[in-house]
Each structure stands twice: as C-alpha cells, then as structure tokens.
Design a protein around this ligand. Structure first.
Ligand SMILES: Cc1cc2nc3c(=O)[nH]c(=O)nc-3n(C[C@H](O)[C@H](O)[C@H](O)COP(=O)(O)O)c2cc1C
Length: 206
C-alpha cells in the first residue's frame, strides 16, 4: 500500500534522462500492456501508441516538440493516439468477448451495440471519449513505468499537424500527449515539486 502511494506521489516529470541507458522493447511492451488494463467507456479502449526510439526519429521528433531536449535524451517517446472511430472499429470484438465470458447473451448483442455506438456518432462526444480514455491509459503508463524503476515526462508541447504528418496518423485520430520514458540521470537534481492545490481549494463533499 505504502509503495503504491509512493509510486504516485513521488512521480515527477523528469527533465533529465540518462541518454546512454536504453529501455528494452520487451519492457516497454510489458509496461504498455499492463497500462492497457485501464478502464474505458464500455471497454472500447480507444488508444493506440507509436513508440519513437530510433536516434534519427527522436531528433526529428524533438524539433516537432519545439526543441525539448528530453525528447532526444529519453530512451523513447510514447506518442499516445486517441482514435475517435474506435467505437465503430472495436465494438464487435468487445461484444464478442462479453458474450464468450457470459456477460451478455447473444440476443442482447445488437441492441447493446446500437446503444454503445450512439455515444460515438456525435464527433464532439467521440472526441471527448477517445481523449478521456486515452489519458487514463497515459496515467497508468507513468505509474507503471516507475514500478519498473523508469521515469517519464508527459508533453503537450508539439506541433500536432506536423506530428501527424511525420507519423502518418490519420485525420480522425488525435494526439492527447507524448510521454518520454527512460532512466533518470541521477547526476542532475530536479527542483522541488511545485505547489498543489489542497482539497479545500479544489473540492467539496456534499
Ligand atoms: C498533458 C501534459 C502535458 C505536458 N506538457 C509538457 C511539455 O510539453 N513540456 C514540459 O516541459 N512539461 C510538460 N508537462 C509537465 C507539467 O509541466 C508537469 O506535470 C507539472 O508542472 C507538474 O510537475 P510534476 O509532474 O513534476 O509534478 C505536461 C504535463 C501534462 C500532464
């Protein structure tokens, strides 16, 4: 329990990565699969990732990220992609799994399908759903990485149009954030964690 809380509270956005330490692909995949146990509306899982790890591609990505050095120093950069068509593309597989696991009967599938798809028909709602679920997946990545001794840095500072062109991301997909991942450079110190609002400032219990 204490460990779990420390994984959350001691997470920082790491500016200094050790440029000489690589994260093995198997570990990256393991972290991503663990993170993909994140919840999503109707279990649609609208996220995709592109892991940018080659030196050449990281250099190009750094330029797209307005020169952020951590992009190049990190072992890799996980580009999170939220698919606003995921409802339509994933619904059959999800319903199939629910039927196999006994959540629903075969007869219930069609009406449930149209209920699920109603939420994905309105582009604004689809955008919100895709981005919301993908962000939950992203938070899991940041915490899970720490459990394996790695650190991360989420980023929204990039030119999305250039990024989409660079990675051939289709028009109906959006990039809510990029997460740099790697080992911290222990010779560099981060500044202390900045101010956080207290419960009294951001919440109420009614
Ligand atoms: C979605 C998102 C986008 C962010 N984008 C950037 C970024 O482009 N560049 C940057 O230096 N920090 C970025 N940050 C990091 C925040 O500045 C950082 O999380 C915040 O200052 C709190 O610091 P901490 O994460 O170390 O607690 C981003 C954070 C989030 C969650």
């Amino acid at each position: 329990m204490k460990e779990c809380i420390e994984l959350i509270t001691q997470r920082r956005s790491i500016t200094f990565f050790d440029p000489n330490r690589e994260v093995h692909d198997d570990l990256t995949k393991e972290i991503l699969e663990i993170s993909a146990t994140a919840p999503s509306g109707y279990n649609i899982q609208p996220w995709e990732v592109i892991v940018v790890k080659s030196k050449d591609k990281k250099k190009l990505l750094r330029d797209i990220c307005y020169g952020q050095q951590k992009v190049e120093d990190a072992s890799a950069n996980i580009v999170l992609v939220a698919n606003t068509h995921a409802g339509f593309e994933h619904v059959d597989r999800i319903l199939q799994s629910w039927e196999e696991l006994g959540y629903i009967s075969s007869d219930a599938k069609e009406s449930l399908k149209s209920q699920i798809l109603t939420g994905w028909q309105d582009p604004q709602k689809a955008f919100r759903k895709a981005v919301r679920d993908t962000a939950l997946f992203g938070m899991n990545i940041m915490i899970t990485a720490r459990a394996f001794g790695l650190e991360t840095h989420p980023m929204e500072g990039y030119d999305e149009a250039r990024l989409k062109k660079f990675l051939n991301i289709e028009e109906h997909k959006v990039v809510p954030m990029i997460i740099a991942i790697g080992y911290k450079d222990h010779s560099r110190e981060l500044l202390p964690r900045a101010y956080r609002f207290s419960f009294e400032e951001f919440g109420k219990i009614i």
